[in-house]
Write a protein that binds this ligand. Structure first.
Ligand SMILES: N[C@@H](CCC(=O)N[C@@H](CS)C(=O)NCC(=O)O)C(=O)O
Length: 205
């Protein structure tokens, strides 16, 4: 099999970041193809579903971020072999996709319309999902989301929470997570301190 080529936007978040993280921290030699918005516009029409991330293997371009994240997790041992523990990861990873789909609906809005839509998102879906993730973390023992160790579910939630905190989403307060789900801040800090993750973050920052 040829080397994996992963194509996604050049920022630390979104649907592609957990895939990159899993591959990188698991030591997979892959091509990390980071693109600008302009480059995306140029290539969009040629993409299978006109969206990124994409993963090219043996000349074929594949889609769907969670399929890629799970594949990366299987390659690297970051996806549990136990079916139930794998399900616990899957549930959370699909839930993060719900939040991405809700966020995308606010793209392209402007002014007061954008502000109102983002405030609704913050007080509605984002708060609801932060609470949900917090409860799931608690139920799994409070440290990791599944299998009592770092898995792709941790990477997916970690990446999402970091994005919420980063301040690059207008009208999403950077203290939202710490107010609603402080346990997820502790989780984020715990994941960031994992030596494999710390080394990845040092490389990209
Ligand atoms: N279901 C797809 C969604 C992919 C998707 O919508 N990606 C966004 C970026 S995160 C995109 O390419 N949007 C640009 C567009 O739709 O024009 C997945 O899981 O990968």
């Amino acid at each position: 099999m040829s080397k994996i080529k992963l194509t996604y936007f050049d920022f630390s978040g979104g649907r592609g970041e957990p895939v990159r993280m899993a591959l990188a921290i698991g030591g997979v030699d892959f091509e990390d193809h980071r693109i600008s918005i302009d480059e995306f516009r140029q290539m969009r029409e040629d993409l299978p579903l006109k969206a990124v991330p994409t993963m090219e293997v043996d000349g074929v371009v594949y889609t769907q971020c969670n399929a890629m994240t799970r594949y990366a997790g299987r390659l690297t041992g970051l996806y549990p072999e136990d079916p139930w523990q794998a399900f616990l990861c899957d549930e959370l990873m699909e839930a993060i996709e719900d939040t991405s789909n809700a966020l995308v609906k606010t793209f392209g809005l402007e002014g007061d319309e954008m502000k109102a839509a983002r405030e609704e998102l913050v007080n509605g879906t984002f708060t609801q999902y932060l609470n949900f993730f917090s409860q799931r973390l608690d139920a799994a023992g409070g440290e990791h989301f599944a299998d009592k160790r770092l898995t792709i579910a941790d990477l997916k939630v970690f990446s999402w929470v970091r994005s919420l905190n980063a301040g690059f989403l207008d009208h999403v307060p950077t203290d939202l997570t710490s107010r609603v789900a402080p346990q997820l801040m502790e989780h984020m800090n715990r994941v960031a301190k994992d030596p494999r993750v710390a080394s990845y973050l040092a490389d990209i920052e």
